[in-house]
Design a protein. Structure first.
Length: 432
């Protein structure tokens, strides 16, 4: 019997060319998936973690999966595939409490530690400074207390240090924070009890992109920063002096919050050179004088809050550039001493959704063309001296209290308006 070698060889060739690569790919995908592969947890790291688990309070049983040797089944852990050493521990929002034991400090390969949103009550362990491989620490929203230990200055590879929301963390902002790491990009010390001035070293830490020192007891005159920041939050402190220009961040800064301080003087026109700015909050300060007509922000600005200051003079005719696709969404100039009429050019802010001009000295008519702002939903013009209004059909909330409005238009009864408190306006029903 003659064998047809073609019929035998060809199927094998097909298998080699098409099926084998697919099988290899499936195996590769299976082994590259952290959910599927078995990674044996290093015995030493396992012992350290179990010691930590035995002493921490865990009413929600968040660590109940910490059994066996497969690292991928232990919640919150990431291990190096080849060695099984723990490289990341993420225990955020697990309702854990008690003290953070020094056992964690012996996880010598740890690169990322997140213990945020728990109830740990203790000083920050000094031995955290031994975790020299760490690139990110997040201890936010706990009850850590005392001062930031100097031992953390050993963490030369650190890129992110997040300690916000620990009300019993106090003392000065450590001066070494500005020079201990050439990699630090994010520093968040907000909502603590730090006092004193911003260390000068922080002003020139070149890699820094995100700095949040808000809601502390910091003081001193505001100074300029020498790096290209993306986010700067100094709100709710006791800073004084005048606004810096932040020229080093002219092309990068997205969010600037200096609200609720004791900043004085006018708003320098150089602030408008922050071309990337999307959110600016300078409310609750002691800013005064008229706004310069040269202070015009870019179309990237979405939120502008200058409320609760001592700004005076006419409302700016043009506060920001606008396009059909971008522009201010919220404008709050309330609780100042602006006078005169509402400028017609305010109706060019086509993206505007909320407008707050209350508690000023504004007079005259409300421009009818405000009704053409199709996205406008909330407008508060209360506590002014305004005398006339026209249709504003898109509104959801309208406050005209404490004005001199003399006409009562039927559009006020529109079903689209959920709330329209007229309050103590001197309102007279128009004759039919």
């Amino acid at each position: 019997m003659e064998i047809n070698w073609v019929s035998v060889v060809c199927p094998w060739k097909v298998f080699q060319l098409h099926v084998l690569p697919l099988l290899f790919l499936l195996v590769l995908l299976r082994c590259s998936s952290p959910c599927q592969c078995v990674v044996d947890l290093d015995p030493d790291d396992k012992a350290l973690l179990l010691a930590f688990k035995s002493r921490v309070q865990d009413p929600s049983q968040s660590l109940s999966s910490w059994v066996g040797t497969n690292c991928t089944s232990w919640s919150g852990l990431t291990c190096e595939n080849r060695t099984g050493r723990v490289v990341s521990i993420n225990l955020t929002n697990m309702n854990l409490s008690g003290k953070v034991l020094p056992k964690l400090c012996k996880l010598s390969f740890l690169e990322d530690m997140n213990l945020s949103h728990n109830n740990f009550t203790c000083p920050i362990p000094l031995c955290f400074g031994n975790l020299v491989s760490l690139k990110a620490i997040d201890l936010s929203h706990n009850r850590f207390l005392g001062v930031v230990p100097d031992t953390l200055m050993r963490l030369r590879n650190l890129k992110e240090l997040v300690l916000n929301g620990n009300r019993d963390l106090r003392g000065l902002v450590p001066g070494w924070l500005g020079n201990f790491s050439t990699n630090l990009e994010k520093l968040d010390l907000a909502s603590n009890s730090f006092c004193g001035e911003i260390p000068e070293s922080l002003l020139y830490l070149k890699p820094l992109k995100y700095l949040d020192l808000g809601n502390n007891n910091l003081s001193g005159n505001l100074r300029d920063f020498g790096q290209s920041l993306l986010v700067l939050n100094l709100g709710s402190n006791q800073f004084s002096g005048t606004l810096p220009c932040l020229s080093a961040s002219a092309q990068s800064l997205n969010i600037l919050n200096m609200a609720n301080n004791s900043i004085v003087g006018g708003i320098p026109t150089c602030v408008a050179s922050l071309q990337a700015l999307t959110h600016l909050n300078l409310s609750f300060n002691h800013l005064k004088y008229a706004i310069s007509p040269r202070l015009v922000f870019s179309e990237n600005l979405l939120v502008l809050d200058l409320s609760n200051n001592d700004l005076l003079g006419p409302l700016p005719h043009k506060i920001a550039e606008t396009t059909d696709k971008s522009g201010l969404v919220l404008l709050d100039l309330s609780h100042n001493q602006f006078s005169g009429e509402i400028p017609l050019r305010i109706t060019e802010l086509k993206s505007l959704q909320a407008l707050f001009l209350s508690h000023n000295l504004l007079t005259g008519e409300i421009p009818a063309r405000i009704g053409n702002l199709t996205y406008l939903q909330v407008i508060d013009l209360s506590h002014n001296l305004l005398s006339e209004l026209d249709a504003l059909d898109s509104l959801k909330i309208l406050d005209l209290s404490n004005n001199m409005i003399s006409g009562f238009s039927p559009w006020l009864r529109t079903n689209s308006m959920e709330i329209y408190p007229i309050g103590y306006s001197h309102l007279k029903k128009s004759k039919q």
